[in-house]
Ligand binder design. Structure first.
Ligand code: FEO
Length: 404
């Protein structure tokens, strides 16, 4: 896609990655984009670069607006590979440009490049850079989501360049929120925001709340949010701010998800009556089989529901590997405000349900006990017990949800 103006004198010069379906392990069914931005002012300023595979595209896009050798400033809001690994190519064209980044950004980027030849200027929150008619303000956002991360705000145009925050993995010819919604739906866009948040930003809820509050205290009026992935929020930037505030506060649906795997269908046979019991208490329930579902989708479904039951058989006295993998992913994301329980079948010694509870307790999740495990194959009596287990889980879920 060619460069286009997001505001008068500010251009998107990034690249659309239509084909990516595995973004360092995350399922990306909608593809993604690497957004970077060029500001034409007395000092021409580039904000972020793109993944190295797409460096020729961003250089062509820059060249369609201005000779890249005229770039005076390069702002690096985030050094992760998908945004900073075209920096060396950009600097070949503009070797005298000043590079603005945080102290942790500088410490990180020197692990990727010989920076001795570059003029790197370390910035802190509230430092400003006058580039002509415009003033850029830097706001450190360390651990949102890497130590180096920061936002850059353009006062005159009221644009927040937010790197990963408020982004989504979307490849689309519609580059703005209103354009994307016009050919898909608001629900589709919200789902992409939630998917991104659940898989990348879930651990940082408290920080997100405090950063959004900090933007308010700084008195920054936000007319547009230009993230480094996906669509640009020009029509309703407050919508994504509100969504983030809700998610950072632990918002979830009063619904249940059963996330399970199975060897010889016994745990699957438990999942169905458990779901029936949950639904008969008036709670929506979805059953997610791990080997049939990308990990990032399972994580999103966990995040959207207030309650989840983890199901898995015992294999060699421990958890089934896909269940253990899911719980390992989940632990890294530090989930909060969710009720969990566990169930599964076993052949001789058992152990999977106990291990699942141990993992969930390590995460500090709200625990529904006791779990349910049964020998080999559910009998008709066991199926009734599974149904009742589901009903009891749903009752507890309703009580718990009311306390959040
Ligand atoms: Fe899109 Fe943290 O990189």
């Amino acid at each position: 896609m060619k460069a286009f103006a997001i505001k008068e004198g500010i251009y998107w010069v990034g690249a659309i990655d239509w084909a990516v379906r595995d973004f360092h392990g995350y399922e990306t069914p909608r593809g993604t984009s690497y957004n970077n931005y060029l500001i034409i002012d007395e000092e021409i300023t580039l904000i972020d670069t793109v993944k190295h595979d797409f460096s020729a595209i961003t250089i062509d896009n820059i060249r369609s607006v201005v000779d890249p050798s005229r770039i005076k400033n390069v702002v690096i809001n985030h050094i992760e590979n998908d945004h900073a690994t075209s920096l060396d190519r950009i600097m070949e064209f503009a070797p005298d440009a000043a590079i603005y980044m945080t102290d942790k950004g500088k410490k990180g980027i020197e692990r990727f490049y010989d920076i001795s030849r570059w003029d790197i200027r370390v910035v802190k929150t509230n430092d400003t850079l006058r580039i002509g008619k415009r003033t850029l303000r830097f706001i450190e956002t360390s651990m949102l989501h890497w130590p180096d991360s920061m936002f850059t705000y353009c006062h005159e145009d009221k644009v927040l360049f937010s790197q990963d925050a408020f982004g989504q993995h979307i490849a689309s010819s519609g580059r703005f929120d209103d354009q994307y919604i016009a050919h898909t739906s608001q629900a589709e866009l919200d789902d992409a925001v939630i998917d991104y948040y659940a898989n990348i930003l879930m651990p940082f809820g408290q920080l997100i709340k405090s950063k959004i509050a900090e933007l308010g205290k700084l008195g920054l009026e936000i007319g547009m949010i230009a993230p480094d992935h996906g669509i640009i929020w020009r029509s309703d930037p407050n919508r994504v701010l509100s969504l983030y505030q809700e998610m950072a506060g632990g918002k979830a649906e009063l619904s249940a998800t059963i996330i399970y795997d199975t060897m010889w269908q016994s745990t699957a046979l438990m999942a169905n009556p458990i779901a029936e019991g949950i639904m008969d208490e008036g709670i929506t329930c979805e059953i997610v089989k791990l080997r049939a579902t990308p990990m990032s989708v399972a994580i999103k479904k966990f995040w959207k529901s207030r309650g989840t039951l983890i199901g898995g058989p015992t294999l060699n006295n421990i958890m089934y590997p896909t269940v253990a993998e899911f719980l390992t992913h989940l632990r890294g994301l530090r989930p909060k405000n969710r009720l969990v329980g566990a169930f599964g079948s076993y052949g001789w010694g058992g152990g999977a349900v106990k291990e699942a509870y141990e993992e969930c307790k390590r995460m500090g999740l709200e625990i529904f006990e006791p779990g349910m495990q049964l020998l080999y194959r559910p009998s008709p009596e066991d199926e009734t017990a599974c149904y009742n287990f589901g009903r009891e889980f749903a009752k507890r879920l309703k009580e718990y949800h009311a306390t959040i």
